[in-house]
Ligand binder design. Structure first.
Ligand SMILES: C[S@@+](CC[C@H](N)C(=O)[O-])C[C@H]1O[C@@H](n2cnc3c(N)ncnc32)[C@H](O)[C@@H]1O
Length: 280
């Protein structure tokens, strides 16, 4: 047994302090039943930081001001699971109803502002860009901006690179789409074509912390993220979303298992088995 493996027992009090720190900074709420996640996800960081154990790392995090090491740990504790055209149906609705309506309402100014508010490694914003390019050629003459944000620098680095491995590329894309929109590199990786990247701006944004200057959005995707937050943190994030969703044109879409019916600032509608929200 290695030194690291033999010393990973976590004191419940230390674990509680770490979870409070994680939640205060990111919104992600975990409890003692997730202790195993701390061990499995932070052991590499403990090793790389020359600390003898995960317990030593957690102790250091609990006793030092939040800095780079903390954000590395928070990033590792978050779930970044994503895939191209995740759940399919929301993208069908975006294609059949939402974009046609926005094309109509925004015809005067020919602008489309979209925000993927937890973009992870980029598959969601790239799916939108693929959909817009394939289905709405008229948008070539519009100003289309997809703001793709996440708190995770490592996810954003991959998203910006537009590089995906064979497993990632085969999750959600057809062979025709892979052929059309990606170049195969000698390394076996796939790189998204730059024409799709030009609409997207990737940058770091913590939904709980910063209040950046953002435009009003016609469509916001905040999918599979609020599910990790408690009610209070959900309301705080939804305030930010509400502030940046256009009143006249704005649509908000969440993950398929998420609901914000408790928030009376939004009204839910359902079409083709997909729920979306608008401002009251
Ligand atoms: C499960 S992924 C969802 C990705 C994509 N929206 C999807 O549905 O496929 C959740 C993402 O939320 C991000 N996240 C969690 N808390 C966040 C916060 N407070 N601010 C910004 N991003 C956050 C994580 O880094 C992670 O990449």
């Amino acid at each position: 047994m290695s030194l690291l493996e033999s010393t990973t027992d976590l004191d419940p009090k230390e674990l509680g302090l770490f979870f409070s720190l994680l939640e205060a900074n990111t919104g992600i709420a975990l409890d003692a039943t997730k202790a195993y996640l701390v061990n499995s996800r932070l052991s590499g960081l403990a090793r790389d930081s020359a600390l003898v154990s995960v317990a030593a790392l957690v102790g250091q995090l609990n006793r030092t001001p939040v800095g780079h090491l903390h954000w590395q740990a928070f990033d590792l504790m978050a779930t970044h699971e994503t895939l191209f055209f995740r759940d399919k149906l929301p993208f069908e609705l975006i294609k059949s109803e939402i974009i046609p309506k926005l094309l109509n309402v925004n015809a005067g100014r020919r602008e489309l502002n979209i925000w993927c508010a937890a973009a992870s490694t980029g598959q969601e914003p790239y799916s939108l860009a693929i959909l817009l390019q394939e289905e709405f050629p008229v948008l070539q003459n519009w100003q289309v901006r997809i703001h793709a944000t996440d708190m995770s620098e490592s996810c954003l680095a991959q998203a910006r690179s537009g590089l995906y491995n064979p497993i990632e590329i085969n999750r959600g894309l057809s062979q025709a789409q892979i052929k059309l929109h990606f170049d195969v590199l000698e390394t076996g990786q796939f790189r998204i074509q730059s024409t799709l990247q030009q609409w997207i701006q990737f940058y770091r944004l913590n939904l709980l912390k910063e209040s950046p200057k953002l435009p009003l959005f016609d469509l916001i995707l905040l999918r599979n993220t609020l599910i990790y937050f408690n009610r209070e943190k959900k309301m705080a994030v939804l305030k930010k979303i509400h502030d940046h969703l256009s009143h006249e044109t704005g649509y908000l879409m969440l993950g398929s298992s998420e609901s914000i019916l408790f928030d009376n600032r939004f009204i839910a509608s359902r079409s083709d088995r997909v729920t979306y929200y608008r401002k009251v």
